[in-house]
Design a binder for this molecule. Sequence first.
Ligand code: ATP
Ligand code: MG
Length: 331
Amino acid sequence: MITENPKAIIAGPEAETMVRLENVSKQFGAVKALDKISFEIRRGEILGLLGPNGAGKTTAMRILAGYFPPTSGEIFIGENSLAKMPEKVKRMIGYLPEAITLYTDMSVMEILNFVAQVKAVSRKKRKQNIEETLCRCGLWDVRNRLLGQLSKGYKQRLGLAQALIGDPDVLILDEPTSGLDPEQINKIRALIHDLGREKTIVLSTHILPEVSMVCDRVVIINHGRVAASGTVEELEAGLDADHEITIVMGDRHRKNEVLALLESIRYVQRVSVLEERADRVAISIVIAHNAEVRPNINRLFAEKDIPLLELRTNRLSLEEIFLKLVVRENF
Ligand SMILES: Nc1ncnc2c1ncn2[C@@H]1O[C@H](COP(=O)(O)OP(=O)(O)OP(=O)(O)O)[C@@H](O)[C@H]1O
Ligand SMILES: [Mg+2]
């Protein structure tokens, strides 16, 4: 069976740029929330914005959504400048804000109707668009409740629903899974993943595994600047300048021989015994420059006829990369 992955076609390196921020800065009085931030999102891509509290994620998303203008810099959605064609661009965008506080005395249905009007969804399509969205976001049963009476998780679902109204090409989702129960988190992640087939999505999150699960690419921001960007794999590989391999050998009487041989391998910086038991020894090997030495280690054990019971690369997780970058910049 041939399974087609539309994302591979849509979001390849040659895919068109759908969202572009060029040297965007935002000043709030004395606070520089964004400092010449630039990045692009290709059509069909899901980009994760990652950063500590106060990094500038919400500010960047508000600017992208046309909520307020940048102090300097430019934003393009497709070929259109947000500053020059705000109305056209805003109709191409669905925005889930950090918190929805408006219209507390309107029902879910009324709110979605209102949003459909603002987004100029034709009268003919409106009913179907709203009903589909209610079902997709698990809101059908509460469609007649007032916003003010909804629980936090349902408000979050409504936030997502109103972003989807009008079937916009670009979705800007500020912490889309915040405040949801575990089942709903899974559902919303699956929905975002699904939407990513047709739409260009930027989402912010504090949940690092979410980035690996949902996003094609990550931009880490810190103090209003881009600290790193790339695919999760690229970030993991790029920062992994020194990495560690753990091996477990049998025949512990030959430990010293092995330690000396390992030390003689090019790029091996440090070798140390982690644990020693009756029949096995665990050894840590620190390797410089992200070099590939696993074949050398395998060969060495084969040539000397020493049992190699385990070989494991301890790469940095996204979490460690994030902490490393953020800590490096903050202290
Ligand atoms: N309307 C505003 N007026 C003044 N300062 C603001 C305003 N909005 C944001 N800031 C400041 O800009 C900086 C970036 O805030 P922002 O809300 O964009 O961060 P964030 O990355 O979304 O953080 P969080 O993870 O807590 O949501 C912070 O220092 C914040 O205090
Ligand atoms: Mg925020």
